[in-house]
Design a protein around this ligand. Structure first.
Ligand code: HPA
Ligand code: ZN
Length: 340
């Protein structure tokens, strides 16, 4: 099979996106347009200067820029435009279902009401389902560098809108902010019927993955690549089919691994884990989900069977209903059966 035929096959493969921070889809061009619209001054003269600053050496160096960039998001229309631009881009990569994170504390701390962010994001997601056929779920992420009490305050603001929120997550600076810091908050979320996920094992140790499982009772682990350092943990994740939402280009940009050729994506599959491919913060990390798939296929020389397994894992790991899962498994099987 030629390279271009393989790229075309990969483009047509139905994909999910289960690890995507909507604030991380803010492209420099849109950031400047929203700054102009809202009368916000950015500390960069132009788009090129901003992009040149995207030279990260770890998670924190990225987060500092990511939170500053989100400062241009003020109105419901801003959140709509942000989310709609992402959905159109995802659609081009044949993403058929998204489960996206938003960080309400990043916005409420700046005086933007919780419901402003929620309403704009949701309106775009509803339009995306109607016009682009992209199914969706929405996950509220708590910022782990803030206190558990601050998380409870964010949850309090979300209470009138819980019918519009499918789950909660945990993101931001991992070092020094273990999942156990949020055990009471996640227990309350569980009692409210919210599904739970958490970032763990990106920069933090395998023990943080154990904590997320045992103390937060999560359905998935976001990143989780450092789970490979603990054989008992790998066995547990495999046995219980707890998915990992892996973000390959993010891992390279934030220097979790040196190059994609060193990335353990294949090892995760070989160990029987439900590993999935996602883009994390694509405007900052140099690639949307399609680029993550293509770059991994190239760098790791993934076989068609491995690519099919990754696509099936995305469906299994998602929270779409069973009828939708059956539909997408069938479509993936059809692509799998095409002559190579
Ligand atoms: N890790 C932790 N927090 C984040 C990330 C990430 O990759 N992206 C946005 N917030
Ligand atoms: Zn993330």
């Amino acid at each position: 099979m030629s390279e271009s035929a393989r790229a075309d096959w990969l483009r047509r493969l139905p994909k999910t996106e289960l690890h995507l921070h909507i604030e991380g889809t803010l492209e420099p061009e849109l950031m400047f347009a929203l700054a102009l619209r809202n009368g916000v001054t950015l500390p960069y003269p132009d788009v090129d200067a901003l992009r040149a600053a995207y030279d990260f050496h770890n998670l924190q160096s990225f987060l500092d820029l990511y939170y500053a960039g989100a400062g241009v998001l003020l109105t419901e229309a801003d959140f709509y435009d942000l989310t709609w631009a992402y959905l159109e881009r995802a659609h081009a990569d044949r993403v058929v279902h998204v489960e996206i994170f938003f960080d309400p504390q990043t916005h409420t701390e700046r005086g933007v009401p919780f419901e402003t962010a929620l309403a704009g994001i949701r309106r775009a997601l509803v339009d995306g389902e109607a016009k682009l056929g992209i199914g969706f779920r929405l996950i509220l992420c708590f910022l782990r560098h803030l206190s558990e009490d601050a998380g409870f305050a964010a949850l309090e603001q979300a209470l009138p809108f819980l019918s519009q929120i499918d789950g909660v997550g945990l993101d931001s600076s991992e070092h020094g902010h273990p999942p156990e810091k949020f055990a009471r908050l996640f227990a309350r979320c569980k009692a409210l019927g919210l599904a739970r996920v958490a970032h763990a094992g990106e920069e933090g140790p395998a023990d943080y993955v154990w904590q997320a499982i045992r103390l937060l009772d999560v359905a998935r682990i976001d990143h989780g690549v450092r789970a490979l350092e603990d054989d008992a943990l790998v066995a547990y994740l495999a046995e219980h089919r707890i998915p990992l939402t892996v973000c390959p280009l993010s891992n390279i940009k934030l220097r979790v691994f040196d190059t994609l050729a060193d990335h353990p994506l294949r090892t995760l599959l070989e160990r029987g884990l439900v590993a999935t491919v996602n883009s994390d913060d694509p405007a900052y990390f140099g690639g949307y989900v399609g680029e993550n798939w293509q770059a991994c296929a190239d760098a790791l020389d993934l076989t068609r069977a491995e690519l099919v397994q990754l696509a099936r894992n995305g469906i299994e790991a998602s929270w779409m209903d069973d009828a939708a899962k059956t539909r997408w498994y069938a479509e993936i099987d059809t692509l799998a059966a095409e002559p190579a």
